[in-house]
Design a binder for this molecule. Structure first.
Ligand code: HEC
Length: 144
């Protein structure tokens, strides 16, 4: 059957493939846009969660940490820190508050941010909200 692969076969594969994958892209885009509102529980974004996100951004937490794998790999993943800390916002706030001003001698550690009580509560609430996003249980283990 040599010679069966003609120019028009190649063209049909090219156009057919392009159309197929374009349709696939459109279908998956609609699927994502349809399911996102359920998965990110956006109805629970309160003023406090929004403020927590601002604290998160203003202090560049992502410069050291990851959220669901996105960010820097210097410090632990925080999308599940709320679960890791026994579903306790107080534990998260306590950790952030208790960072030594001079750092931990001998190693690079998390700085002291001197956040106000309001900012602490907001960032903990933000991390709680993030932990409740339906992210197919990512990261797959509690350590992050
Ligand atoms: C300069 C890098 C750096 C920045 C910026 C940073 N962290 Fe951290 N963070 C760390 C390191 C390193 C650890 C691991 C514990 C340690 O060594 O102090 C940590 C640990 C944590 C933990 C405990 C995680 C665990 O599983 O033990 C929480 C919660 C946390 N950081 C929250 C924050 C928040 C919120 C911000 C922004 C306000 C922030 N971090 C900014 C470096 C950073």
């Amino acid at each position: 059957m040599s010679g069966a692969f003609t120019k028009s076969t190649a063209r049909n594969i090219f156009y057919g493939g392009s159309v197929f994958f374009l349709l696939m892209l459109i279908a998956l885009t609609f699927d994502t846009m349809g399911t996102l509102p359920e998965r990110d529980h956006r109805e629970n974004i309160t003023e406090q969660v929004a403020m927590g996100k601002k604290v998160w951004e203003d202090n560049n937490c992502i410069g050291c940490h990851t959220l669901m794998g996105e960010g820097a790999y210097f410090a632990p993943e925080l999308a599940n820190v709320y679960d890791r800390f026994g579903k306790s916002k107080e534990a998260i706030m306590g950790f952030i508050m208790s960072r030594p001003a001079e750092g931990v001698p001998g190693r690079r550690s998390m700085p002291q941010f001197n956040l106000s009580q309001e900012e602490l509560e907001a960032v903990a609430e933000f991390l709680k909200w993030v932990s409740e996003i339906d992210d197919e249980n990512w990261p797959p283990n509690i350590q992050g």
